[in-house]
Design a protein around this ligand. Structure first.
Ligand code: PMP
Length: 298
């Protein structure tokens, strides 16, 4: 992914893609002192961009460091980067990390770096194609207790168990893995939140040891606007036995139905379809609004 044309924003400068490098003794690499975001641009506008950059700042704060660029500056840099790379429908990846001034567990004097990359991520599936649903297995790793890890930070280190779980799933022919938490309750997928539909009501685990996704919160709002009851609570995996529909939500996943988790089977249905469509309409509405604002400003 490093050998391509384009520009990456690195510590305040636009640098050619192939030259966006860091030192091998960076603390972020050795000790995972790094936080990042995953964002999506629709028709040239990043959906909920400021919320993502506020979360980036919060993730860094939880890991004990301060990003030397404000949310507003990161918003502006992202817009400029999209324009410079001519990205209309794309993914945006900001990452902040501790640098290489000290090498050891302690990194009190290390400078904080910030990079932003963006690449094309064109049209997603049609709602019909997406409605088939993905196949998941139970992950080999569990989400840790909040006393074991800074679980509310979108921190690179927490993705170790996600990558291992995702690889295990892929190696056995599945699309993704469902992670339980340290108590054995349903937590989330390796890069998305999870929802269950039981008798027309929507249930989702309380985000007390995993990311309370921006898409998760958006979809909960949309569901309530559509008249569905949405219940946040602790959910044991056995409950999948009396669940009719399951879907996952995330910036990348959007709203994706699930047809299989371990020994359990589901049929993507009306509730999921309504939310797939409502979310699509919302992201489209958001860029229409942005386009209208740009026109009136011009
Ligand atoms: N959980 C994990 C582990 C994730 O990586 C993501 C994607 N950022 C999510 C949940 C969903 O978060 P969001 O809706 O903010 O993209």
């Amino acid at each position: 992914f490093d050998d391509r044309d384009g520009l990456i924003w690195l510590d305040g400068q636009f640098v050619p893609w192939r030259e966006a490098k860091l030192h091998v003794l960076s603390h972020g690499l050795h000790y995972a002192s790094a936080v990042f975001e995953g964002e999506r641009a629709y028709n040239g506008t990043v959906f909920k961009m400021t919320e993502h950059h506020e979360r980036l700042h919060e993730s860094a704060r939880i890991l004990g460091f301060t990003i030397p660029w404000s949310v507003e500056q990161i918003d502006r840099a992202t817009d400029e980067l999209l324009a410079a790379n001519n990205i209309v429908d794309g993914y945006v990846r900001p990452i902040a990390w501790r640098g290489s001034e000290m090498m050891g567990v302690s990194a009190q004097k290390n400078a904080i770096h910030l990079a932003i990359a963006t690449w094309e991520w064109p049209a997603y599936y049609s709602p019909e194609a997406r409605m088939q649903g993905i196949r998941m297995m139970f992950a080999p790793y569990r989400r840790p207790d909040p006393k074991t890890a800074p679980v509310h930070s979108k921190a690179a280190g927490l993705y170790m168990i996600c990558t291992l779980s995702k690889h295990a799933a892929e190696n056995q022919g599945y699309n993704d893995a469902l992670m339980l938490d340290w108590r054995g309750q349903i937590a989330e997928a390796t890069g998305a939140n999870v929802f269950l539909v039981q008798d027309g009501k929507i249930h989702t685990p309380t985000p007390d040891c995993f990311l309370n996704g921006i898409t998760r919160r958006t979809v909960m709002e949309l569901a309530r606007e559509h008249g569905y009851e949405v219940i946040e609570r602790s959910i044991l995996p056995e409950e999948l036995g009396h669940t009719q529909e399951v879907f996952i939500t995330g910036t990348a996943a959007e709203v994706t139905p699930v047809r299989e988790i371990g020994e359990y089977r589901f049929t993507p249905g009306e509730v999921t379809l309504n939310l797939v469509e409502a979310y699509d309409a919302m992201v489209k509405r958001s860029h229409k609004k942005a386009a209208a604002a740009a026109t009136s400003a011009a």
